[in-house]
Design a protein around this ligand. Sequence first.
Ligand SMILES: [Zn+2]
Length: 245
Amino acid sequence: MNDEGVRRDLAAVVRLIARFGWHEAVANHCSAVIGGGEQFLLNPIGRHFARMQPDDLRLLPIVAPVVAPAGHEVPDGIDVTAWHLHAQVHRLVPHAKVVLHTHQPYATTLACLDGYEFQMLDQNACRFFGRVAYDREYGGMFMEESAGERVARLLGEHHAVLLLGNHGVMVVGETVADAFDELVYFEHACRLQVLALSTGRPLAVLDEAVAATTRAQWAAYPGDAARAHLDELIAIMDEESRSRR
Ligand SMILES: [Zn+2]
């Protein structure tokens, strides 16, 4: 996909996150690498997710850490915490071509349970077997570049999801469609776990071998369901905006 396609997809995903109610006021951040890996797109500060259009996304360089005081080097119109987080994750995590960060309610709920481990409770959860990392050291907002480097270390080479304790969730992927599909499946799996926990009954957690097999089945499933998922949702939004005219 060319850079314009990535820009269009990322803006659409931001609007969809608002539609699902997973954003936070005019905060939260989504980004995607373009330009051959030298630059990334990021939503600007203050623009509501529901209004995000492709041209609103800012194009920023992926730069090495600088020694300037925290905040000094943040580009105009860019949220300081987004800059520290996304620039460093894109720089340090090769498979994080796309980074979606939200405070979606069910994943964030699990991130606020003391020591909670994401459970292999259903088919959707198994998709994430061995792919969820945890940041259990919430220390305030990401006001310094070192926070992005710490998050990148936690994501490592294989994790797709980082549950940010007492905060929210970050999902990374190779394409916007892939990361968005994971974000949706992860929230659904978390919703199921919150509902299951709310019953007070013991959880029927699947064996690791079954979870691993199911994860492999997800990965090998024929077709590109993530692409179809996003294309269909974009088509729905386009139809709705045409009917309002
Ligand atoms: Zn956040």
